[in-house]
Write a protein that binds this ligand. Sequence first.
Ligand code: RNT
Ligand code: ZN
Length: 413
Amino acid sequence: MTRYQSAKEIYAKYGVDTDAAIEKLKTVPVSLHCWQGDDVIGFDHDGPLTGGIQTTGNYPGKATTPQQLFEDMDKVISLCPGAKKINVHACYAIFGEDGFVDRDKLEPRHFKKWVDFAKERKMGLDFNPTFFSHPMVKNGLTLSSPDENVRKFWIEHGKACIRISEYFAKETGYPCVMNIWTGDGLKDIPADRYAPRMRYKESIEAILAEPFDKNLVKPCVESKVFGIGVESYTVGSAEFTLSFAATHDGCLPLMDNGHYHPTEVVSDKIPALLCYYPEIALHITRGVRWDSDHVLLFDDETKEMAKEIVRCDALDRVYMALDYFDASINRIAAWVVGFRSWQKALLSALCTPNDALKKLQDNAEFSKLMAMQEEIKTLPFGDIWEKYCERCGVKNAFFDQIEKYEKEVLSKR
Ligand code: RNT
Ligand code: ZN
């Protein structure tokens, strides 16, 4: 008997069909963020990363051209099991011979190469307007700026991004999740918390006034508790964005699990939001002490988030995207370890006897529930994971491939 057969029988005793879990996971798309490849820089500016986010480290070999980024993403895709979408930021526009245009003038044609890349790999695309790393960020503000010209510039950017998102959806055949996040905020005690939020609200409304098909474009608003240099106040707080999404038809809330107070957990927030929203979106990351965007691991809270999505039967209601950036290690390894960690979390959730556990809770059999939850932690999950990798045509052990790619490609850059 193979290890997989043996593991499958063990899981079957708990009422879990591991073959069904594997087949299910193969159909669930997870969005792979292009910005892990070059430390969130993009192709449309020479300046630094701003917006209160930061990458640390200077590991050699980062992608500096679209060709290099595509090549790296292909390597990542080849090493990761599971269905993927590609998540693109507007600052990754690829300008052809007719040259640069500013963010308020972006057009679908500036992203044609991304569309070709996705279509060739039969993947969907997600999109993000880039409200940072740009001279029109004035005093740390964009859509909430008191300067009307600043707001107008960024509203035009947002509208352009809606048009590009719709183009992505039409071209690929998959809906495009378009996430609005700004780093707008204040370093020190505000004199006015209300007016910037009202301006932010009106600006997002102006962006969403751009006509689009709600089945094709899924606009989201992402909240944040603080950023570097904006420690005292963020305009797009949790309450602000949740209320915005709740009151604007077709707009989804997006929760990034790095964006809350350290003892808050997004795993608990997922089922709360699913009571009210038909669809929600996630940025999945790992914060260490703060919103540090460390590489995602197969750790307890990651598992708990995946469990909630699966046991709420919401795999088709939650748009899942990775969002972290580590410049201190091999960037391909960072991408692959993080993507695989979320795949492991989802597979592990799909191999959990959720119905049996729910029954114990409803029957108030709490001693047995605790014992069972502990018991299943040591089931032979590794053998199911190995089989999943094999059925997706990848190997569990992948690091030799990273070393080879570093030697042959990255070290020559
Ligand atoms: C920043 C937000 C945001 C960005 C990306 C690059 O804290 O998480 O989602 O990470 O847009
Ligand atoms: Zn995020």
